[in-house]
Design a protein around this ligand. Structure first.
Ligand code: ZN
Length: 479
């Protein structure tokens, strides 16, 4: 009989910080660009070049630490992690081992059953990203692009406190939300600005020792992470059940085949021969500087939700979804400030905006339309200039191309027809053309009027005032 196992998971999450320049030089961090154009002697590891720390990196790292209840190491320093690989021009990565900037934090996650759980954060350290090897484009050679080399990263290392894929995803979502609220990163898994390595082991329920762990890399979506956790849990249980041992190794998850492959045996810190970086002076974060960072912390989801309840009086359901994303909250606040209609703005966000995001598989962070144009659209509907169905058509264009709704309605002749004479003539024709529906209605089938409304709207190319059409139809049919 199979034993009862539990999965033990800890995460190492790398986040690219949203600074304009790299961590130790003035090169741009902009994504893309022709290979090796965002580089200089420092980030290509030229002999004699010296690193200079970017102050903003420290501020972002400390801000993330404060938001995740960490203690800030005010006297911290950088260390060299030595390894040889062509994407790493110096043959060492500047990182932090001995005195990481943040330690001993935690975040609270909420699970599907409504329960909450605390996941402890062991540390957060600052480090530089590596370059990128290009293997596939040429037959017999590999190329290296150092544009990403020296882009600032923080690595958030959790304690092994998670027990399921659900807890892992809730933890990652909480981190992503917090960091996006801080503006410290856009945290896009697909583009690699947030990357998670999963350390996983199995043990019998009730055991006090941890099992041997493996680390899985290259997980670039929540779906892949979930699959990898499930797959690796199964693989390790199968090994133990067969009387074999789990080997400590780094594995690559292939989400297409639903399998993981060993990459190398997993290294421990001592394999890297860490030592203090002699080119960088120790960092002293003064009390004043730390206070300043603390006072610049934004309003987070929880505080925002309380304020929305008092200030806007929209339902808790709306508040929960809008404040889940800093981007949606910003759109909500700006559009509401323009049009003064919080519930209507909320309806557009939770309705059409969410529908289009889902249809196009986009995240709220991908939204590019301006809140002012949404506010204008709401005013056009409220003022009777366009009707609800035309508004949806206009919104689709605002979403895609951020069109000015007033100009768009004008250009495409979408103004609502409120002219009673024109509507009456159209309604009369629809009544004359649909005798069966008229008979049905008069015979007591009240819903038959819906068909006649539809026919009138169609004849008016969707632009009729629906309230007036209803009214006119009822008047004429009830005569
Ligand atoms: Zn550079």
């Amino acid at each position: 009989m199979s034993k009862n196992y539990e999965t033990v998971i800890g995460l190492e999450v790398h986040v690219e910080l949203a600074t304009k320049t790299k961590i130790f030089c003035g090169c741009t961090t902009a994504f893309g660009g022709a290979p090796n154009t965002h580089t200089c002697p420092v980030c290509t590891g030229m002999p004699g070049s010296l690193p200079v720390l970017n102050k903003k990196v420290v501020e972002y790292a400390a801000a993330v630490g404060l938001a995740t209840n960490c203690k800030i190491t005010q006297k911290c320093k950088f260390d060299r992690k030595n390894y040889f690989y062509p994407d790493n021009p110096q043959n060492y990565q500047i990182s932090q081992l001995y005195l990481p900037i943040c330690r001993d934090g935690h975040v609270d996650i909420t699970l599907a059953d409504g329960s909450t759980k605390q996941v402890r954060i062991h540390e957060i350290h600052m480090e530089e990203d590596a370059g990128k090897l290009v293997h596939d484009e040429y037959d017999d050679v590999s190329y290296v692009d150092y544009n990403r080399s020296g882009v600032p990263l923080i690595e958030i290392v959790s304690e092994p406190d998670m027990r399921s894929a659900e807890e892992v995803i809730a933890y990652l979502e909480k981190l992503r939300q917090t960091i996006q609220y801080l503006g410290a990163s856009d945290c896009k898994l697909q583009e690699g600005s947030m990357r998670a390595d999963v350390n996983l082991s199995i043990r019998e329920v009730g055991a006090s020792e941890f099992g041997t762990r493996t680390e899985m890399k290259n997980l670039n979506s929540f779906t892949a992470i979930t699959h990898a956790i499930e797959g690796e849990t199964e693989r390790q249980i199968d090994l133990l059940e067969a009387g074999k041992e789990v080997e400590q190794q780094t594995r690559r998850w292939d989400d297409n085949n639903g399998e993981s492959y060993p990459m190398r045996s997993k290294e421990d810190a001592h394999d890297y021969r860490y030592f203090p970086d002699p080119d960088l002076v120790p960092l002293n974060i003064s009390d004043e500087w730390l206070d300043e960072i603390r006072s610049n912390q934004p309003e987070f989801k929880e505080e925002k939700a309380i304020r929305y309840r008092e200030e806007f009086g929209i339902p808790d359901y709306d508040i929960g979804l809008i404040t889940d994303s800093k981007k949606l909250a910003d759109i909500f606040e700006e559009a509401t400030a323009e049009c003064g209609e919080p519930k209507k703005v909320s309806n557009w966000i939770l309705g059409e905006t969410m529908r289009i995001l889902k249809e196009k598989s986009l995240d709220p962070e991908d939204i590019t339309f301006s809140p002012a144009n949404l506010a204008k659209l709401i005013k056009l509907v409220d003022g009777g200039t366009i009707n609800g169905s035309v508004a949806k058509e206009v919104f689709a264009n605002i979403f895609d191309e951020d069109v000015d709704p007033e100009a768009y309605v004008e250009e495409h002749g979408l103004k609502q027809v409120n002219d009673e004479g024109a509507l009456k003539a159209c309604v009369e024709k629809v009544i004359a053309d649909n005798p069966q529906s008229v008979l049905d209605y008069k015979g007591g089938k009240v819903q038959a009027i819906g068909y006649l409304v539809g026919q009138t709207m169609k004849a008016m190319k969707g632009k009729a005032n629906p309230g007036m059409v209803n009214q006119l139809l009822k008047e004429m049919l009830d005569k």
